[in-house]
Design a protein around this ligand. Structure first.
Ligand SMILES: NC(=O)C1=CN([C@@H]2O[C@H](COP(=O)(O)OP(=O)(O)OC[C@H]3O[C@@H](n4cnc5c(N)ncnc54)[C@H](OP(=O)(O)O)[C@@H]3O)[C@@H](O)[C@H]2O)C=CC1
Ligand SMILES: O=C(CO)COP(=O)(O)O
Length: 335
């Protein structure tokens, strides 16, 4: 018997892989795809050929290009579009969202201009209270999840009962969700690790080994925790799946789009050449300057975000970034 209907808005890699988790957990899932041909591929071929080629989608998943059809009767609405497009997309979705439905963000970015997290954008545009907004974040590379490799994640909502309800809705044989009430910590962990993965990718592209990448991952975690704690996050969230867990997965995996983006920069490609080489989103490249602005507004030192932003803007090279990390003024580790 079905648990209920879930609408998944966004039919890229993660929207599709997470739809599989939801279907495996007993939900009926209707995906909304921006392009009609993607919806047709999901319905007719049982495959999302553009984003998860070779993966067979379960029968409980269907897709449509029509937001009204996707959202009708759904008590859980999952948002999986690129972060910088969320605000523009919401007005087409919100009129069809059921009045008591919970909105769940899978997105890992911070909005340019406003420096808002995705839960804040949803709250603002939809005038929706925190008890109806949740975030799911963790070490969840889409292709591994779609292959049903074991993984864990965090469901965060200010209302613990809602987090628990969502946890049961997405607990599948291969996917183990934990609950949290620290929405801010989970979201910042997810957005920040993308920038650290860009930086690790640069190191890999420059030919450096595990000492360099481990140093960057560790200092990246310190930097993430510094900002998140200043903004009110629970420090333990950063030690958990949505912090350290996601940071390690993304920085270590050749499947990561952010790490790959950084690697190409380290190998000498330009930002424009990399954008032209793929349809997939590397959220860190988009969110880096907004995370930098957030850190500056909060009076928090953020050298990785600052240097990566300078590389993306073409102000320094990847080699200069590495030199600067080592040669700048020294300091105590815990600071
Ligand atoms: N992939 C992963 O492993 C994970 C991703 N995430 C996060 O999930 C979010 C979605 O990423 P993911 O699914 O991987 O992204 P992909 O790059 O795989 O897919 C992007 C999707 O968004 C659509 N899209 C692109 N531009 C727009 C727009 N302007 N308006 C509406 N839709 C648009 C694309 O449609 P079209 O095909 O028509 O271009 C496509 O369906 C990101 O924030 C990412 O950080 C989180 C955890 C894991
Ligand atoms: O968020 C992710 C894994 O948890 C996916 O990372 P990328 O967007 O770098 O592929």
């Amino acid at each position: 018997m079905s648990n209920g209907k879930v609408a998944v808005l966004g039919a890229g890699s993660w929207g599709t892989a997470f739809s599989m988790v939801l279907a495996d957990a007993g939900n009926d899932v209707t995906m909304w795809a921006r392009r009609e041909e993607v919806a047709a591929s999901i319905n007719d071929k049982r495959e999302n050929v553009d984003y998860l080629a070779g993966i067979e989608l379960p029968p409980a998943i269907s897709a449509t290009h029509d937001p009204e059809r996707a959202l009708a009767g759904a008590d859980v609405v999952v948002l999986a579009v690129p972060s910088q497009s969320l605000r523009d997309n919401l007005p087409a979705f919100l009129p069809y969202v059921e009045s008591d439905a919970v909105l769940v963000s899978l997105m890992k970015g911070v909005e340019l201009g406003t420096v808002k997290r995705m839960s804040e954008v949803i709250a603002e545009v939809g005038d929706i209270g925190p008890e109806r907004i949740a975030v799911i974040s963790g070490p969840n590379l889409a292709r591994e999840i779609a292959r049903r490799e074991p993984a864990a994640s965090v469901v965060a909502c200010a209302d613990e009962d809602v987090a628990t309800m969502l946890q049961s809705r997405c607990h599948s044989p291969a996917f183990r969700p934990y609950t949290s009430v620290d929405v801010l910590g989970c979201e910042l962990g997810g957005a920040y690790k993308n920038v650290v993965a860009l930086c690790v990718g640069m190191a890999v592209g420059l030919g450096f080994g595990d000492n360099t990448t481990a140093s960057l991952i560790t200092r990246g975690l310190a930097e993430t925790a510094r900002l998140a704690m200043r903004l009110g996050a629970n420090p333990l969230t950063l030690m958990g799946l949505a912090g350290l867990g996601d940071l390690v997965a993304t920085c270590s995996s050749p499947l990561s789009r952010n790490r790959t983006f950084g690697e190409k920069l380290g190998q000498g490609m330009t930002v424009e050449e990399i954008y032209a080489s793929t349809r997939q989103v590397a959220e860190g490249a988009k969110s880096c300057s907004s995370i930098r602005a957030l850190a500056e507004q909060s009076g928090v030192e953020a050298p990785i975000v600052q240097h990566v932003d300078e590389v993306l803007a073409g102000d320094i090279t990847t080699s200069e970034l590495m030199q600067s990390f080592i040669q700048r003024d020294t300091k105590a580790e815990i600071d």
